[in-house]
Write a protein that binds this ligand. Sequence first.
Ligand SMILES: Nc1ccn([C@@H]2O[C@H](COP(=O)(O)OP(=O)(O)OP(=O)(O)O)[C@@H](O)[C@H]2O)c(=O)n1
Ligand SMILES: C[C@](O)(CO)[C@H](O)COP(=O)(O)O
Length: 381
Amino acid sequence: MYKGRRIGAIIAAAGSGSRMGGDKPKQFLNVDGIPVIAKTYRAFADCDMIDVIYVVTGEDMMQQCKNHMVPYLDTKQLKKFGGIVSGGNERQDSVYNALIAVKEQGGVDYVLIHDAARPFVTGKIIETTVKAAESRDAAIVCVRPKDTIRTVDETLDRRSLMIVQTPQGFRFDLLMNAYEKAYADGYYGTDDASLVERIGVHPALVEGSYANIKLTTREDLPSVTRIGKGFDVHRLVEERKCIIGGVDIPNKKGLLGHSDADVLTHAIMDALLGAAALGDIGRIFPDSDEQFKNADSIKMLEQVGYMIREKGYGISNIDATVICERPKISPYVEEMIENIAKALKIDSDRINIKGTTTEKLGFTGRKEGIAAEAVCILNTL
Ligand SMILES: Nc1ccn([C@@H]2O[C@H](COP(=O)(O)OP(=O)(O)OP(=O)(O)O)[C@@H](O)[C@H]2O)c(=O)n1
Ligand SMILES: C[C@](O)(CO)[C@H](O)COP(=O)(O)O
């Protein structure tokens, strides 16, 4: 409530995100650890001035939308949920469908229209828009362009230009009239204010934020950095090969394990899987499975690399340490790096491998086994 007025919000989430691409619409992608639609909804739900929130999404996306929203909201936030409305072909059609649903459910005094694809909207922006809409009937959030803007033919005067964002807030009956007039005239606009202007109302301009971007193309997505850590140990025994980092190293004893027991490659796989929240090698390549008996770990690493890319991550770097008295690691480091880089399809300068001893202490010091640890950083592509 604001000054005793009932304030509604409509979140437009029926787009297909064709410019973003990918396997799901952008409103269902994750930003800051939660789906975009949930983050956007939360911003409105957490604002005391907002009484009820309607989400408009594609007819075929209703369930997907709920799944990406409801589990991320608390009881207080969910209390404001007015319902999900089926959208239309264009943003304007979607918003109109939601306006009709709001009206059918008793209406509100003022309504804020917001793109689901603008999850960085703040409580302050929402409040300022409500106040401006209440005093001026219509209010839109804008920022000044930072670059020079021109048409194909001429440079425009930047001082008179504004970049229009959402939310856009209106007296409810005014916006409804504007939409009805637009449809009567066959007019389509790219925002709500342009429709209201056609019936003679100029909106108040509210200062937005450069951070309140509309996620439109891949470059708009904030980069995500994830860290992973892996550790592995294998026992040294007679009559086994000593394969480390894919290099068959001449040594009196070799490493015991279900696969080829490549301790270094295993630690690296666990670091990568951990960073991507994909579990660990035990889960992906179980030692109860015969197909992994004496398996080439570099081949398994290749598969892990594929899974990481599938999840949308690139490998920023890997740093690994092999811990043993013997064999000496340094003569083989370059070859190990080459094998690992090739399997992961990354540049070799993203990988660092080193060897160390435990000064003859512990099981590595007694040459009973070899340990390896690895850390990695993944970034969204
Ligand atoms: N028929 C439509 C089209 C768009 N939108 C919503 O309007 C907002 C702004 O639109 P836009 O960035 O163009 O989203 P998309 O239409 O999804 O993107 P694209 O044009 O790249 O397909 C988005 O939150 C989008 O979900 C909508 O509710 N109904
Ligand atoms: C409403 C809007 O976000 C204001 O900048 C924008 O016009 C939506 O346009 P789109 O063509 O649907 O991306």
